[in-house]
Design a binder for this molecule. Structure first.
Ligand SMILES: C[S@@+](CC[C@H](N)C(=O)[O-])C[C@H]1O[C@@H](n2cnc3c(N)ncnc32)[C@H](O)[C@@H]1O
Length: 493
């Protein structure tokens, strides 16, 4: 690995120029210890060859970052798909409340035999993700399991914040054992940057650990960062190509985006108007609202996750929409926005993660009289469908896979329509919709998410059979799948 590779140096220079625009404080980076001689500064590269990064896979982007930092191997937390794609970079692996889609890459890693210590698997004993744990454990029976007792985990729970001590203790024990078996050299990094579209924030001295995004968890790793950084060079990585930032962005480009466009059409927006996108995530639809409202429009994107809002702000800036959109951290259940402020409000796959009654009341509160509100939720009462001609046994297994699930108080079914009326909206339109994705036109992370959740519940032989059927259907362009959503649009009295 050559950190002075001209191609990589340019990537670094370009990214730091970009970061210079993004962060008015400019460059903030220090290197010490083992890395100093190998990569003195991200700005020290000299070769300036423009390379095309657009089609790089997420795992290859991570490899570029590793090279840039002068790291050969790294302890990885989360990031199982990237680890399986490049096992040579992985010293150890730990997973926190993995989804079913982790099973297949975890199994691949187990078979490759590259991990000296068995992977660590921290999971809950309740909630939607506890069902996934059974499948993930089968993928590598040697994995060390640590159970968060009496805890309900979902993709959107703030797991590390909720169970910081147990998770930190389990990770530190696992990493110490990994170091005993596969010692990595000490590195000391402090600062942040972006390489090949992967953002990173480093602190602490010790063997390097990459913390990949943790689902939709609002606090991500922050609560345990200080304790990890006492022993390890702890590097939080993110950006639009990794984790849920990537999945949300790619989902918006497919059939889901077509359905949300129908909702946005029904909002009846006019140029120069105002709108709020509650639970905006990476802002895929906040940006669409902004484009509809034009340069004189005003859009607020509100979300409980500072992590996703950072990605949202970066994407909006890149698309020149920062003058129209303001992002702010806020809870859908208690928005810090004034009464009657907006012409329209949008909330897509958010009421299925929060107290739906309170969120509907808040949407009604912030929209002006005669303003419009559009809500879309996952339809857990309508099965996901795909076109693959699977054997009945395989089809039954795939159909029974654990889904995103629900937690108490949320709305992810046809009760949306009753609740919508009860919240006082009039002239309610829309209804269930199917978001249809086609394998040949789906973006890679979104397609991998669907494939991973299907094969994650199958044995190795069954998974091979599923892949063969999917490959055949893809080749003849007949592989499509459809997820259902409940949609309602109404007017304030
Ligand atoms: C599945 S994502 C949907 C993002 C976006 N609306 C879309 O359709 O692409 C759900 C979003 O709801 C946010 N969220 C969860 N609980 C929330 C709360 N109490 N208040 C505001 N946002 C919340 C999550 O952080 C996440 O960004």
């Amino acid at each position: 690995m050559d950190p002075f590779n001209p191609e990589l140096s340019l990537t670094a220079v370009r990214c730091w120029v970009l970061l210079g625009r993004l962060t008015p404080t400019g460059q903030r980076f220090t290197l010490a210890g083992a890395a100093r001689n190998r990569s003195a500064s991200p700005l020290s590269g000299r070769g300036l060859r423009v390379d095309n990064e657009r089609n790089l896979a997420a795992a290859d982007r991570v490899v570029r970052l590793l090279r840039h930092l002068g790291i050969e191997r790294v302890h990885i937390v989360q990031g199982v798909a990237e680890a399986a794609a490049h096992p040579e970079m992985v010293a150890s692996l730990a997973l926190v409340t993995p989804a079913v889609s982790a099973s297949s890459p975890l199994h691949q890693l187990a078979v490759s035999g590259t991990l000296a210590p068995p992977p660590l698997l921290i999971h809950s004993d309740a909630g939607p993700l506890s069902a996934a744990a059974a499948f993930v454990r089968v993928a590598d029976p040697d994995a060390t399991a640590v159970v968060l007792g009496g805890y309900a985990s979902a993709l959107w729970t703030d797991t590390v914040a909720d169970r910081a001590e147990e998770i930190a203790a389990a990770l530190l024990t696992h990493l110490a054992e990994a170091q005993r078996l596969t010692p990595l050299p000490t590195l000391a990094l402090a600062g942040e940057g972006e390489v090949a579209g992967v953002t990173y924030r480093a602190r602490g001295a010790g063997p390097p650990v990459f913390l990949f995004p943790l689902h939709l968890a609002p606090s991500q790793w922050e609560p345990i960062l200080p304790v990890l950084a006492e022993h390890f060079c702890t590097i939080i990585i993110g950006g639009q190509h990794l984790g849920f930032a990537s999945i949300l962005e790619q989902r918006a480009v497919g059939g889901y985006g077509v359905v949300v466009d129908e909702l946005i059409d029904a909002l009846g927006l006019t140029e120069g108007g105002s709108a709020v996108d509650v639970g905006c995530g990476t802002g895929a639809f906040t940006r669409r609202l902004a484009r509809r409202l034009g340069p004189a429009g005003r859009v607020v994107g509100a979300d409980i996750s500072a992590y996703l809002l950072r990605e949202a702000a970066a994407l909006a800036r890149r698309q020149g929409l920062e003058e129209v959109i303001r992002f702010e951290v806020g809870s859908a259940e208690a928005l810090t926005l004034p009464d009657g402020r907006f012409d329209a409000a949008l909330a897509c796959t958010v009421l299925d993660e929060v107290d739906a009654e309170r969120a509907l009341a808040e949407l009604a509160r912030v929209v002006r009289p005669k303003g419009r509100v559009a809500v879309l939720v996952r339809a857990v009462d309508i099965p996901t469908w795909d076109s693959l001609p699977l054997r009945p046994e395989l089809r039954a297994k795939v159909a029974a896979r654990p889904t995103g699930g629900v937690t108490a108080g949320v709305c992810a079914d046809g009760s949306l329509y009753r609740r919508f009326r009860a919240a006082g909206f009039r002239d309610v339109t829309m209804g269930p919709r199917l978001a249809i994705d086609r394998a040949e036109s789906s973006l890679p992370e979104w397609r991998a998410y669907y494939e991973g959740s299907s094969v994650g519940v199958l044995s190795e032989t069954e998974a091979a059979e599923w892949h063969a059927v999917a490959a055949h259907a893809s080749a003849e362009r007949s592989f499509l799948w459809a997820s259902a959503y409940h949609c309602a649009v109404g007017t304030m009295p």
